[in-house]
Design a protein around this ligand. Structure first.
Ligand code: C2E
Ligand code: MG
Ligand code: MG
Ligand code: MG
Length: 292
């Protein structure tokens, strides 16, 4: 951009803003019908026991198969879905979808797979989440302890009594409650103090590069100790290398998720993975199981 155009910038910005606003409005409109048009889907990313190599869980990660833009990651539309409240419908659809799949997959498994759902703060402030989950469990035949709700710290901003009550009821039902991206929020520890959490997910920023950072190793070790003392399961997200896996295991982290094992995959690939047998040994890559 040449220096001479400075005086035109405000107008250019206004135009860009307007375009951006129109785009968001259009996306919001399209998102409104995405559920009924069956454009939303989950990809599943498996979680493995770092000791035995068993597949023990899967996180449902939302995707929008947009008619013209193709497969969209959550960063493209979750913000809009939250601003418009559409996330409530999406969350209801998502939870029901995960519970239905969990019921189908786990009915004939000796060791069930836990399915993790990323809950949005609005789902706790705008609906009776405990009652809602109980109803879905009832409808689908999913067991409460096959589901884990992952939460980020924005739920803790203020700590209304009814969120606390919802957490207690969910735990009473047996639903897992996980703190996602643990270590990155301002009030992560408040969760542990105030709520009956069952899981901590160590943020991938502490996992990535753990081999080269003594500080990261100390932080991970401390989180693992915290988990052990409070009887909370510790999961490492974002494991990308064999070295990271080995270190996280050595530091006492019991479960791992990340590109080393598998990227998030569509439902049919996930079924293939389940069919092929689920224990990772050498190489620790589920990709190899899928392509064998
Ligand atoms: P998250 O819950 O922390 O999910 C993990 C994200 O890290 C996923 O991105 C996943 O694909 C990515 N990831 C997994 N393993 C690795 C790895 O080894 N290395 C790297 N670099 N990345 C890895 P994704 O699918 O784009 O999801 C982003 C975020 O969107 C999620 O973060 C979650 O906060 C949100 N999200 C996803 N699904 C839903 C949903 O159903 N509802 C709501 N409200 N939010 C969702
Ligand atoms: Mg998550
Ligand atoms: Mg996470
Ligand atoms: Mg994350």
């Amino acid at each position: 951009r040449s220096k001479g155009t400075a005086c035109h910038e405000p107008r250019a910005f206004a135009a860009a803003d307007e375009r951006e606003a129109r785009n968001r409005l259009r996306l919001a409109g399209e998102l409104q019908t995405a559920i009924s048009n069956q454009e939303l889907l989950f990809h599943y990313q498996p979680q493995f026991d770092l000791g035995t190599g068993d597949l023990v869980g899967a996180e449902g990660l939302l995707r929008w198969n947009h008619p013209t833009f193709g497969l969209q990651p959550p960063s493209r539309f979750i913000g809009i879905a939250e601003e418009t409240g559409i996330i409530l419908d999406i969350g209801a659809w998502g939870l029901r979808t995960l519970a239905t799949l969990a019921a189908r997959i786990n009915c004939d498994r000796r060791v069930p797979i836990r399915f993790a759902f990323n809950a949005s703060v609005l789902e706790f402030t705008q609906r009776d989440m405990a009652r809602f989950v109980a109803q879905i469990i009832d409808e689908t035949g999913c067991r409460a302890d096959w589901l884990t709700l992952e939460l980020t710290e924005n739920l803790m901003i203020d700590e209304p009594a009814h969120i606390r009550a919802a957490f207690a009821e969910l735990r009473f039902l047996g639903v897992g409650l996980s703190i996602d991206d643990f270590g990155t929020g301002y009030s992560n520890l408040r969760y542990l103090e105030n709520f009956p959490m069952s899981e901590i997910k160590i943020d991938r920023s502490f996992v990535h590069g753990v081999a080269h950072s003594a500080a990261k190793r100390v932080i991970v070790e401390t989180i693992v100790k915290l988990g052990a003392a409070l009887d909370i399961r510790v999961v490492a997200e974002g494991i990308e290398t064999e070295t990271e896996r080995a270190i996280m295991r050595t530091l006492g982290c019991s479960i791992g998720q990340g590109y080393l094992f598998a990227q998030p995959m569509d439902e049919s690939e996930f079924h293939t993975l389940l069919d092929r047998g689920l224990i990772l040994r050498e190489g620790w890559s589920a990709r190899r199981l899928l392509t064998q």
